[in-house]
Design a protein around this ligand. Structure first.
Ligand code: GLU
Length: 463
């Protein structure tokens, strides 16, 4: 009988939800939705010293923003300590785990001695019960850690959904600590108990966990729990070929939201980064769900490509509902202390959206309608020349009385250049610099029409 598909994403709130985890969340979500299964959000907060509420909040906000809805959760590991203790006690009783009283100093000495002998460092099993072995007396007053009795022999094998078959000998891995002295489980143990209790059928996660999987498989087996299938998704490399990291550049999902990217663009771009469906580059959330069956995941690292993300975002800027776009732009304007209503912005968005990659760029265009512009000295010097200045006055006089339509504004401009013997770009550039604060804009009559007349007259005025 095949298992019901249940996937999860299990971020640790020790930092913000970054792009790598967001992509894994996306794959887990799409896979569950594709199979009509369920998707669980679990917060792995057992690193108490480094976990923060701010990170939890950011993770939840990012999931919401990306539209990755979950059927269960958030489930917090720190609220499940009793359950981990119960499982540990059972494992100790069954001889699958044991108490270890080795002190940090003893561990250091053990490692030094191993290094001196040219061995790979490992826990030497001194507290592991064995038939016929007499264990030392537990030292008084020292709380033990709990170690897993990893099988001594045999090979751990699994067929990874991304990487294909992987095998590792049990001789390569030692007896892992599964519970600290304070009763908090370690990652490799809590993850197994949770994936078991939550009936997870498929685990997608980052490549960096591939070395943990043999331990986890052994613990699943020790518990008599059904194994999920594992897919270890390759890392994302930054523009410089190094692994994307918090220290280098914007890697949190929220940072992209703030920089003016749309969730559908992020979803599309992240999904394609490490997975493909033929030559498709642009696809909807629904298409992703209908195509994402866990195949065609890339085996090699993905290369972050900021230009491509811009291109994808530009595509969605052109296609999304303009009312929604206007609201997003109004939010960005507000961050620059420009109060403009969604409706005011909505009038302006169609003229500029095709030339923008982000809503921040779009807000930058639209801002000139609501806040003073500061033309650059160099633009003034280049375009607002003594030859053009008299024409600016003429144009101002004509615009003061023109009917406020694109056609009459255009006529006023044409009459002005004819009267002064100028070429169109000479006047148009000067008007742009004075009114818009920049020398390049869409067609000048279309740009001007959207301004209140008085504002243009004021900006054209003066030296
Ligand atoms: N808390 C782990 C992480 O954030 C989860 C890994 C897993 O999915 O098993 O990397």
């Amino acid at each position: 009988m095949t298992r019901k598909v249940r996937t999860r994403i299990a971020p640790s709130p020790t930092g913000f939800l970054h792009l790598g985890t967001a992509r894994t969340a996306l794959y887990s979500w799409a896979f569950a939705r594709h199979h009509g299964g369920e998707f669980v959000l679990r917060i792995e907060d057992t690193d108490v010293a480094r976990s923060t509420q701010a990170s939890v909040d950011q993770i939840l906000a990012s999931m919401h923003w990306l539209g990755l809805d979950y059927d269960e959760g958030p489930i917090y590991q720190m609220q499940r300590l009793d359950r981990y203790r119960e499982v540990v006690d059972r494992m100790i009783a069954e001889g699958r785990a044991y108490r270890c009283y080795t002190t940090p100093e003893e561990l250091d000495a053990m490692r030094e001695a191993q290094k001196a002998r040219g061995e790979k460092t490992h826990y030497d099993g001194r507290w592991r019960p064995e038939p016929g072995k007499v264990l030392p007396m537990p030292p008084a007053g020292l709380e033990p850690v709990i170690r897993f009795s990893n099988p001594r022999d045999g090979i751990v094998t699994w067929d990874d959904l991304c990487k294909g078959p992987i095998s590792i000998s049990n001789r390569e891995i030692d007896d892992l600590i599964i519970m600290r002295a304070d009763g908090v489980p370690t990652y490799n143990f809590a993850v197994v108990v949770d994936d078991w209790d939550m009936n997870i059928s498929h685990v997608f996660r980052g490549d960096e966990h591939v070395n943990n999987t043999p331990w986890q498989i052994n613990i699943f087996n020790a518990l008599g729990a059904p194994l999920p299938l594992f897919g270890h998704v390759p890392v994302i490399l930054g523009d410089d070929g190094q692994k994307l990291s918090k220290r280098r550049g914007a890697v949190s999902v929220t940072a992209y939201e703030e920089s003016g990217f749309l969730p559908e663009a992020m979803l599309n771009y992240l999904a394609r980064l490490g997975w493909s469906h033929g030559d498709e580059e642009l696809f909807t959330r629904e298409q992703l769900v209908s195509w994402f069956d866990g195949s065609h995941l890339s085996k090699s690292p993905a290369q972050w490509d900021a230009a491509k993300l811009n291109w994808v975002n530009a595509h969605y800027l052109k296609t999304i509902d303009e009312g929604r776009l206007a609201a997003l732009v109004a939010t960005h304007l507000k961050r620059s202390n420009i109060n403009a209503s969604k409706d005011e912005v909505a009038r302006l968005v169609p003229l500029f959206k095709d030339r923008c990659s982000t809503t921040v760029e779009l807000a930058d265009w639209v801002a000139m309608y609501f806040a003073d512009v500061q033309p650059k000295e160099a633009d003034i010097a280049a375009h607002v020349t003594d030859v053009v200045k008299p024409a600016l006055n003429t144009l101002r006089e004509k615009l003061a009385v023109a009917e406020w339509t694109k056609a009459s504004i255009s006529a006023a401009i044409r009459e002005t250049i004819a009267a002064h013997g100028l070429k169109m770009p000479q006047l148009a550039h000067a008007v742009r610099v004075k009114v818009c604060g920049r020398a390049q804009t869409p067609s000048i009559d279309a740009v001007l029409e959207l301004f209140p007349r008085e504002l243009i007259l004021a900006r054209l005025h003066g030296p």
